[in-house]
Design a protein. Structure first.
Ligand SMILES: [Zn+2]
Ligand SMILES: [Zn+2]
Length: 404
């Protein structure tokens, strides 16, 4: 363990009690996407207590949510700037956990771990502040609103509004109950999937169930589409590539047995691990739809929404991350991550500057309450792992800015 990584490790452990109480504060006061006003207030309040941290900007996307700040190293050296990102929004879920720090807002809950992300990045800034005389360059802190929004994710807006101006690289992490508590996972190249959603409206001509020849039955087009769309995965996507298409809702305008409906609406989701495959699947869906429309005489309108691109990690930065992690944690806990078909709007940063995204395991098998799925009403995390996120932020920044 290098001297610097040892100091970061020890400071993260020293600040652990405040880190946990900060996480609990955020947990008690969750706010939905683009409404994170008191969350942003509290982050600023906490950052103002840390020497050397300067808030650059508050408010993005025409709201007062989210902020950027920076902290400068005092050692002469390269003028590089590294960004560290935490997402700050909660979800419209009624918390079912019976803990003293449960959500104080009915129907809103930090059920994805973003409370731990904020507390981790603030603590990372505390650590970096202590080490200011020992690193060179600048650390940009990004507290991103609305990661969960899908249709209007915060990262895209922040990039458009200049949050990455002057930044040479960016690092982010997610706490995940997918992995055992204590594991720190890195992955070079494709890491998390793109997320697209779509609605398909099929219009035919309604009629009596006994006289299909007088109607144009949209359910036939829906069934054909349901089969054909899966061949885009099984027959047009290489077995060496990874993608999934799921139809998640089917609804017809008929609510009874003897009426052929006028219309059918399908909803679904498409995920892929590269932008090229994401493009190809959308184009192929359009081709299949136009063929089926012609065959069945139905009108088929596809509304295809691109939410998040795939998270693709830069190999060089991922080496830096791995190296920092090995300097901070037990080697048996530092692992290559498997592919994760979840998605993250962190990918928008990676489209602009080199980026790498780490995953930190928080599921303690001996404590079932730490093993619930993200976005569930019983989600909780193993707080004794939070220090790892804080250490990783500071460790990655120092390792990137100063080398070994
Ligand atoms: Zn989430
Ligand atoms: Zn999340």
């Amino acid at each position: 363990m290098s001297d610097m990584m040892k100091k970061i490790h020890d400071l993260a452990k020293e600040y652990e009690p405040e880190l946990i109480s900060l996480r609990r504060y955020f947990h008690m006061h969750p706010e939905l996407s683009w409404e994170e006003l008191s969350t942003t207030d509290h982050i600023i309040e906490e950052l103002e207590k840390i020497e050397g941290v300067r808030v650059l900007r508050r408010g993005f996307g025409g709201t007062n949510s989210g902020l950027t700040a920076e902290i400068r190293g005092e050692k002469p050296g390269t003028g590089k700037c590294v960004a560290l990102r935490a997402d700050i929004d909660a979800l419209p879920i009624m918390e079912e956990n019976d803990v003293e720090y449960r959500s104080r807002t009915d129907g809103v809950m930090h059920a994805c771990g973003h409370d731990g992300h904020m507390a981790g990045l603030i603590t990372g800034a505390r650590i970096l502040s202590q080490l200011r005389s020992e690193f060179c360059g600048t650390v940009r802190l990004i507290f991103e609103p609305a990661e969960e929004s899908g249709i209007r994710g915060g990262a895209k807006v922040l990039v458009e509004e200049g949050a990455l101006d002057g930044v040479d690289a960016i690092f982010g992490l997610h706490l995940f109950t997918l992995y055992p508590a204590g594991q720190v996972l890195y992955r070079s190249g494709p890491c998390m999937a793109s997320a697209d959603g779509w609605d398909l409206n099929i219009t035919g001509k309604g009629g009596h169930g006994s006289a299909p020849e007088l109607a144009v039955d949209p359910t036939i087009a829906a069934f054909m589409f349901g089969n054909a769309v899966q061949t885009l995965i099984s027959r047009e996507t290489s077995p060496k590539e990874t993608a999934v298409i799921s139809i998640t809702s089917i609804e017809t305008s008929s609510k009874t047995r003897n009426i052929i409906p006028e219309s059918v609406k399908l909803m679904g989701a498409t995920r892929a691990l590269s932008g090229e495959l994401q493009d190809r699947l959308e184009a192929a869906m359009r081709r299949v739809i136009s063929g089926i429309a012609q065959m069945t005489r139905c009108r088929m309108d596809l509304d295809y929404m691109r939410f998040y691109p795939a998270v693709i990690n830069d190999p060089e930065l991922t080496d830096i991350l791995k190296d920092a992690a090995l300097g901070l944690f037990e080697p048996e806990n530092v692992k290559e991550a498997p592919l994760n078909m979840g998605s993250e709007d962190f990918s928008f940063y990676g489209a602009v500057v080199p980026a790498t995204f780490a995953q930190v395991g928080i599921a303690d098998r001996n404590r079932p309450e730490t093993c619930c799925p993200h976005h569930s009403a019983t989600f909780n995390l193993d707080e004794s792992q939070l220090w790892r996120g804080a250490a990783l932020h500071a460790g990655f920044a120092c390792r990137f800015l100063c080398g070994k």
